[in-house]
Design a protein around this ligand. Structure first.
Ligand code: IPD
Ligand code: CA
Ligand code: CA
Length: 267
């Protein structure tokens, strides 16, 4: 099934507008005494603003698209049986936010379930007033201007980002093996703290690639579309097609994809 063009356009603008508004809500609670912090586990923080932003986003999506399904990180979503499914991360990089570090975003994407494809996505970084968005087949944009991935093909001068799962003591999945293999060969690594912005930064050529294990679909759904629409490549570690429900992502400007997948597979 195809989405009617008018509906796709409406969903695309909604994702952008709602992400932007939610970003203002987050700014209202940033570095504020009234924002409370709790812990899902020793290393996984959540703030009162995560749920405030999420409730706003779900309410706005359902106001415009009653009946659509939503999967949202803090649990305000609902499965409705609709073919239209929204993935919502109301605050990506909660750790940065809770520590007063001005680098976080809102990430909203919509998928047509029967096609298995993300159809539009928006990622808004309110500290830098940067709105990334993409609609399948129409390119990727930052504040309305088309963006492209970098042209770097030499991994020796490539800047990558990565992230480390909350369970740091799980040696199988804590990303230390991969880091030790890749870091000595490339220019350097960044740990920005937001999977959605890692993907968008790859999309606009600020970094050349990104990988991370143990992610959730709300972390990667919007950013993966922004990146592929900007000319980049996303996959699983072994090069198989990317699936937001599968927890790992290898993401590059395309030219470095063979290199990154080879390294993640231990070759
Ligand atoms: C996290 C961020 C981080 C990544 C974690 C995610 P959250 O999302 O994207 O960069 O390393 O795996 O869970 O919890 O701040 O929404
Ligand atoms: Ca997240
Ligand atoms: Ca989050």
């Amino acid at each position: 099934m195809q989405i009617p063009l008018d509906l796709l356009r409406e969903m695309d603008s909604a994702a952008r507008e709602i992400a932007f508004e939610a970003g203002s809500i987050l700014m209202g609670g940033f570095r504020s005494q009234s924002t409370t912090i709790s812990y899902k586990s020793r290393t996984d923080m959540v703030t009162s603003m995560d749920s405030e932003s999420e409730k706003f986003i779900c309410r706005e999506i359902w106001k415009r698209f009653p009946g659509h399904a939503i999967v949202a990180e803090e649990g305000s979503g609902r499965e409705t049986g609709s073919d239209y499914l929204w993935y919502v991360d109301p605050l990506d990089a909660t750790n940065n936010y809770a520590h007063g570090i001005p680098f976080f975003c809102v990430s909203i994407a919509a998928m047509l379930k029967s096609s298995g494809k993300i159809v539009c996505g928006a990622v808004y970084d309110p500290c830098h007033d940067e709105l990334f968005h993409a609609c399948r087949g129409s390119g990727a944009f930052l504040n309305g201007k088309a963006i492209r991935v970098s042209a770097t093909s030499d991994h020796g001068i490539a800047l990558f980002s990565t992230g480390f799962p909350y369970a740091k003591d799980d040696m199988e999945h804590n990303n230390l093996k991969e880091l030790a293999r890749i870091l000595p060969q490339i220019q350097c690594i960044r740990r920005l703290g937001s999977a959605a912005l890692d993907l968008c930064y790859t999309a606009c050529g600020r970094i050349d690639g990104y990988w991370e294990p143990m992610l959730k679909p709300w972390d990667t759904a919007a950013g993966s579309l922004v990146l592929t629409e900007a000319g980049g490549t996303v996959s699983r570690y072994n090069g198989d097609p990317f699936d937001p429900e599968f927890p790992e992502i290898a993401a590059t400007n395309g030219k470095l994809h063979g290199y990154l997948v080879g390294m993640l597979c231990g070759n």
